[in-house]
Design a protein around this ligand. Structure first.
Ligand SMILES: [Zn+2]
Length: 204
């Protein structure tokens, strides 16, 4: 990695970098990031990540590895079910106002346990401890309109995508976004990581 890799870029360039990184990852050509003293010393003076990622806490979906990104590349928030909450909204606002990342990605993934639990809660009356129940309440509205009669795996896939889209909608409808609009050069996209193929599918 050179210093140029961390230069400012457009949302489209940032998205292309994520896609290229994931393609390297999928193709087994990922770069292992060794600790390069000069790069770390440079980063110690400040950060200029090219994308902000709101992903799930699931241990199988570390954004830096999935996108083959290095130190200082991604500003990452991870919370079960990639839901929005006040602290998360504040972190995103910080990324936008102070770090000026051109791209924001909401990253869901196949087999998400939080989404699965929300399905259990909505369609099967499953009960959960209070804090988990509160978390699931953020996901349950995403399940409106889904057919509970679908085969479980198909229902989960549909729910994962619907949950990403709900978080995107909530972000776009937040007072910060609607008051000022998404600034020029800033993009918000949804994506789903497939555990089997290791591919990230960006939602249209
Ligand atoms: Zn998950």
């Amino acid at each position: 990695m050179t210093t140029d890799d961390r230069a400012p870029c457009t949302a489209a360039e940032a998205l292309a970098r994520l896609k290229d990184g994931n393609a390297r990852f999928v193709g087994g050509r990922g770069r292992f990031h060794t600790l390069q003293a000069d790069v770390l010393a440079d980063l110690a003076r400040g950060q200029q990540p090219y994308a902000t990622i709101l992903g799930c806490s699931d241990s199988r979906v570390p954004p830096e590895l999935v996108f083959d990104a290095g130190f200082g590349d991604l500003f990452v928030i991870r919370v079960a079910g990639n839901v929005l909450g006040s602290a998360i909204a504040g972190t995103l606002q910080y990324a936008k106002a102070h770090l000026h990342t051109p791209l924001f990605v909401v990253l869901g993934h196949g087999g998400c346990g939080a989404v699965k639990a929300a399905i259990g809660s909505k369609f099967h009356g499953a009960e959960h401890r209070s804090r988990i129940a509160t978390l699931l309440e953020s996901i349950v509205p995403a399940l409106d309109g889904l057919d509970p009669g679908l085969p479980p795996e198909q229902l989960l896939d549909a729910a994962v995508e619907a949950n990403v889209r709900l978080t995107l909608r909530r972000l776009l409808e937040s007072p910060e976004a609607t008051a000022r609009g998404m600034q020029a050069g800033v993009e918000l996209v949804g994506a789903v990581y497939d555990l089997d193929t290791r591919r990230v599918r960006f939602l249209a």
